[in-house]
Design a protein around this ligand. Structure first.
Ligand code: LRH
Ligand code: MN
Ligand code: MN
Length: 426
């Protein structure tokens, strides 16, 4: 199933004059304040977020998985789903594959399919947090950290195989997330585990093509509940430095202990040129993987404020690889991703509204009240007409969620794939 521009164009017609009135009103208001409205619309249009192949089926929890009708059953269908998202939102122009869940059988046809959907392949993800069928050795006691040399070698080889697969698709980065850790005090030596992990990552880094980047993801706990080898940004940063220039830290919003100041982490990493990848989601308690912006939208805005600052002022930092990393049980996954993309674009637009020069002046004057006013003034602005304008300019839907429903997309997918298809993945 592939959406064509005419279907979207037709579904936009009814709302166009209402949109124009709202956009003009907002643009006039912002223009009076000296905001470069066209510049913001252009920045929003340029912002593309990768969709991970595992977010397209109804995700699970460790207690069960309730599949959603019409789920994509293979890589081609997952790409079709991302193609639908991209056609509607014009913001999802990339897909992030997980190996071995998504190994292509025919590379040329997969590359062609990506092109037809307007997609590129973003970071590829390795998986040493599960044992795979036919695998010689188990990761029960760790993978890259393992004290068993042969298990470590197997995990390193898997990562290099993922790079080889990604390379054939035009991907340029590898994301490593490890479940390695312990659930009980005394279970393993912290120092040996860290040393082994560093050694393994360096071998992977050395085996990557020279134009590839390595993203090292951290997470404080789960599936292990006493210790995790790469538990925080400091550990990831240290390992990235040990690997080399093209190794970076990856921040996943859900991978922090409660109340952590994520915007400060983002800021520090960008200052040091080491923020390579970014996973969006939202959470109330832990790594909840909920819809972006559904729980703490102001925190998301503050994070974006630092990202915007870093993108403008830290040329030492590469342009980060953006990805949505959400997965849960209760919504249509495509509707959920539309909501996440919208929340990302809104938070970005609001951050772009922050008058950075005025903020710096208020900071220098120690005018704490004014600093807050500047941030909250931007946050309280309803930026949806700007986001809509960016989408419209690219041929996307005025209201992607309404278009998804009125065009009967899920019904079409169920008709084509059946009710009980199941996506590979988490
Ligand atoms: C585990 C996790 C991680 C992803 C990976 C696929 O927490 O969700 O965030 O990058 O699994
Ligand atoms: Mn993640
Ligand atoms: Mn996670």
């Amino acid at each position: 199933m592939q959406l064509n521009k005419d279907q979207i164009h037709t579904s936009n017609q009814a709302g166009l004059s209402r949109h124009a009135a709202r956009f003009d009103f907002l643009a006039a208001q912002l223009g009076e304040d000296g905001t470069d409205v066209e510049g913001i619309v252009k920045a929003l249009a340029d912002f593309q977020v990768a969709i991970p192949s595992w977010a397209l089926g109804a995700g699970g929890t460790r207690f069960g998985r309730f599949s959603f009708h019409g789920e994509p059953a293979n890589l081609e269908q997952k790409m079709a789903d991302v193609g639908i998202l991209h056609a509607l939102t014009q913001t999802a122009g990339a897909i992030s594959l997980h190996i071995p869940w998504d190994i292509p059988t025919d590379y040329a046809s997969i590359r062609q399919l990506a092109q037809a959907h307007g997609l590129v392949f973003d970071a590829v993800n390795s998986n040493t947090f599960q044992d795979q069928a036919g695998q010689d050795l188990s990761y029960r006691h760790g993978s890259l950290c393992s004290t068993d040399e042969a298990a470590r070698a197997q995990a390193i080889a898997h990562n290099l195989e993922v790079v080889r697969i990604g390379d054939q698709l035009g991907s340029k980065s590898l994301t490593v997330w490890l479940a390695d850790g312990t659930s009980f005090p005394g279970q393993r030596s912290f120092q040996r585990a860290l040393q082994n992990t560093e050694d393994s990552l360096r071998q992977i880094y050395a085996g990557m093509p020279k134009d590839w980047s390595l993203f090292i993801e951290y997470k404080p706990y789960e599936p292990n509940f006493y210790s995790t080898v790469i538990q925080d940004w400091g550990t990831s940063f240290m390992l990235a430095n040990a690997c080399g220039e093209r190794a970076y830290t990856l921040v996943d919003l859900g991978h922090h202990l409660p109340n952590c100041n994520i915007e400060q982490i983002v800021s520090t990493l960008m200052l040091k040129g080491k923020l390579g990848g970014f996973h969006f989601n939202d959470s109330k308690y832990g790594d909840d993987d909920l819809t972006v912006g559904s729980i703490k939208p102001y925190a998301l805005f503050l994070i974006f404020n630092e990202l915007v600052y870093g993108m403008r002022n830290n040329p030492q930092n590469p342009y980060p690889a953006w990805m949505i990393d959400a997965s849960h049980n209760v919504k249509d996954p495509l509707e959920d991703l539309i909501q996440s993309l919208e929340a990302i674009q809104e938070a970005y637009a609001k951050a772009l509204l922050v008058d950075q020069a005025a903020l710096a002046a208020a900071q220098d004057a120690h005018d704490v009240v004014l600093c807050q006013e500047i941030l909250q003034g931007a946050y309280r602005t309803d930026v949806r007409p700007l986001v809509q304008r960016a989408r419209l300019q690219l041929g996307g839907a005025l209201d992607p969620l309404a278009a998804y429903r009125s065009l009967g997309i899920r019904q079409g997918l169920v008709a084509a794939r059946g009710k009980h298809s199941v996506a590979s993945g988490l």
